[in-house]
Structure formats: structure tokens, C-alpha cells
Design a protein around this ligand. Sequence first.
Ligand code: SAM
Ligand code: SF4
Length: 486
Amino acid sequence: MSSKTFYLETFGCQMNVHDSEKVVGTLLQEGYRQVETVEQADLVLYNTCSIRDKAEQKVFNRLSDYKKYKKQGKTFGVLGCVAQQEGEKIFERAPYVSLVAGSASYHKLPQMLKQLENAQLENAQLEKVRIESAILEAGNSPTRKPETENLVRITGLDDRETDKCFETEFTARTNPHRGYITIIEGCDKFCSYCVVPYTRGKERSRTSQSVLAEARQMADLGYTEIQLLGQNVNSYKDSEGNPSRRKTFAELLAAVGEVPGIRRVRFTTSHPRDFGRDIVDAIDAVPTLCDHVHLPVQSGSTRMLDAMQRLYTRDQYLERIAWMKSAKREISITTDMIVGFPGETESDFAETLSLLDEVGYDAVFAFKYSPRPNTPSIKLEDAIPDQEKARRLDVLMSRQREVQITRYKKYIGTKCEVMVEGRNETRAQWIGRTTHNKTLNFVIPPTTNQTADPGAHATANPKAGSYVPVVVTGSFPNSLLGELVV
Ligand code: SAM
Ligand code: SF4
């Protein structure tokens, strides 16, 4: 068993979750062993998020604990967006951190780990020599060195110039049935409120060949669901060497959907400006592409969209919604919204509210605007007080709840195929997910249920990762309830 242990905690979005799977795979390959707690670890890593102030604060709260851990000889590393954003300033705020690396540098992670290990070894040897010579010279114990002296500091802070993607064959996926594949990293959109272009570097796409090879490899391993990831998957540009084999995003999506063994393909996130009709055509043509599109709008007011530098108007956004509504299958639409952007008037906000009814979203992820370092909108005047942002968020979420109640009710009586995700023992229900990305919890009807006839129908229990038909019997604002069809 390896003696080098690490603990990794992840904050933030799916991109971070998947980056962590790749970081874990890399560390395992470098001879480290993953442990469950900070206490058990030699190397403690935080993969951080800085999209909103609250997310950023979380990592500094964690790091405030480490004086006590440092005494136990642990090494700390900050990865991800806070690392890239704060850079070497992290060493000032948290002097015991030894590694600071943004996601654009992960391709150099094996080298950084070696540098870290070598520097620590060298330090330990120097310290040994220092102690031995002090004892020899003075005949007594050497004075204690300040705790921050000789700290190892390794940085991976590639700026926006990197062309490299973090590709590794050692991804340690946490779910054996569905998994992520990054197709594009970074972002060139520069929405005025957003840190991502500064923290994740410039847009760079993988080749379609490499993405498809990974999809086939996952299918061979038994994966049936794949989610293509990127901050803006719609601006995917195939970097495949042979121009005749280059694929658009819609073509790549369709090709992943046609990989034998793959039953469901999802993608996130889309940007309305780059969202083409060909994506809806692909969904129409390839049955494995899921009936769900997450299309962040941010605001229903064209004036606010302009201030946010989103590069589309409300009408253009609604045009994309119309494409989806005219698809052969019913596509479930979800979105992100920001309330309280500087200068947002009551009438701008009312336009956002009216969009909820007009589109009929199945889920809305809404956030209070959080001013972020380096972004153009931090300089905007006319800030909305936090209390007012909170009020608008409340109003928006209550209105959306009503929309969802109506939308989810419509499923009652319909039959849906779900992928089984597990079991909720407390509620004695199975947890499933529909192609629309809705949670559909279900029970097994009494005739085949084990409890009705213990032992006799043990095989009736659905396995995690299997696909089963479920008839919807009830609805809630965020989930459905059903019964397995036997
Ligand atoms: N690339 C995606 C897009 O264009 O929508 C998502 C990026 S971000 C990780 C996810 C969401 O966080 C955004 O859609 C936006 O609603 C929200 N967000 C980003 N910056 C924010 C900020 N400064 N304050 C509040 N919410 C923010
Ligand atoms: Fe941020 Fe805009 Fe890029 Fe999304 S598209 S990551 S919101 S800059």
C-alpha cells in the first residue's frame, strides 16, 4: 500500500467535479493513495470555485484550520479558480499552502507533484544538517525556526495563453454508470460579471477523435450515460488535424450518441449566442441524445443582457426556445438567472419574471449578483442593495415554483424510462432520473415487492445503472413520484 496519501475536497460546478476526477486519477498514477479525511492525509488539496464571493470564502474558511494540521507535517494545495484568481497572494493569506495551481496548469500536475516532493525532501535534508551541525557546534539543541521559514512554494498559474487541455487516460470517475467528458476548456465570452475567462483561460477544444475515443472507452467499461462538458460547449471547435474529419458541436454530439452501448448523452453548458438549430436537429435525429437543454439566459431584459455583455437579445433567446419547442420530442428547458445586476430596475426584473411563464422552465438556478475581482461589472455604479437582491431572488423562486408545480403535474399518468441511481431507504423508494433530467422516485408495486413476498422476488429490485419503465403517479415542484411498470 502506498505511503503517500492525499485528501481532495471539491467546490463548485460540474467542471470542477470532473477536473477533480482527473486530478485524483493523476495522483493515483503518481503513487498516491486517496483517503477520506484531512486527518489521514499527507497532502490536502482543495479544488476551489470563485464564481461568487460565498464560494470563494469557503476555501479560506477551510484553510484557516491548517495551522494545527501543519504541525502534523501535512502539505496543503489550492487548486482551481481561487488559485488562478488569487495566485501568489494565497501564500500571504495562507502561508502554509505549498501548491497553488489553476486549471489551465493541470496538464503539468505530475511535474508539479515531483517538484513539491523534491523540494520537501531537500528541505528535510537541509533541516537535518542544520540541526546536526548546531548540536556539534554549540553542544546544545538548535533554536526553533519560525514556522513559515523554508516553506515549499510551487505554482502553476498559466495565464490565458495556454493551448493545452487537461487530457489524461487516468480519470478516476466516481460513478460507474454515467460520466463526464470535457470537450472544451476555458471561455472567451467575457460576460461582464464572470470570472471564468480569467480563471480558466482561453477557449481550447479537444479533437473530436480524442473525445470519441474516450466515449468508446467509457462504453467498453460499461458506462451508458455521457455528459459532454464545457463552459460553452456550443463554441466547440474541432482541432482535429485532418480538416475533412473536423466536426461541429452538433456533429460531435450526434457521434457520441451513436457510440454502441451509450444510451444517454447530455451536454452543458450552452450559450444562447452560439446555440445553433443544428443542435435541435441532432436531438431530433439521434434518440440517445437526451430531451433536455440547459440554456442560461441570466436576464429577461435586453437592456440588462447588453450590460452583462451576453451578446444576444431577449428576442434572439426566445427564437432558440422556439426551435426547441418545435422539436419532435418535448425538450425540457432549464436556465440560470442573475438578479440584482447593477442598474437592474423593477421593470427589467419584471421582464425576467415574465420569461419564466413564457418559456416554462423545468428548473431555474438563480443567483444574487456577486461582484467579482477583475470583471468589468465590478466598476459599474448603481449597485442593488443586498436586501433587495434577496427580495428579488425570493420573488423569482416563488414564481418559478408555481411554474414547476404546473409543469411537473403534466407528467402524471405518463410512462417514463428512468436510469436507476440508487435507493432512499428512509422513504423506501428507488431514485431514478428521466431523459428530461428530472428526479423520478419510484416504488415497486406490492405484487412484485420483496416486502410483500420476502425472498421470492429478490430479482425485482432494480440495480443502480439499469433502465426501467416507471409510470408517474404524483408530482412535486422539483421531482416526480411513480411506480415501476412490471
Ligand atoms: N458558462 C455558463 C454560462 O455561460 O452560463 C455557466 C457559467 S457559471 C459557472 C454558472 C452560472 O453562475 C452562470 O450561468 C451565472 O448565472 C452564475 N454567475 C456567474 N457569475 C456570477 C456572478 N458574478 N454573480 C452571480 N452569479 C454568477
Ligand atoms: Fe462566464 Fe459568460 Fe463564459 Fe459562461 S459564457 S463562463 S457566464 S463568461
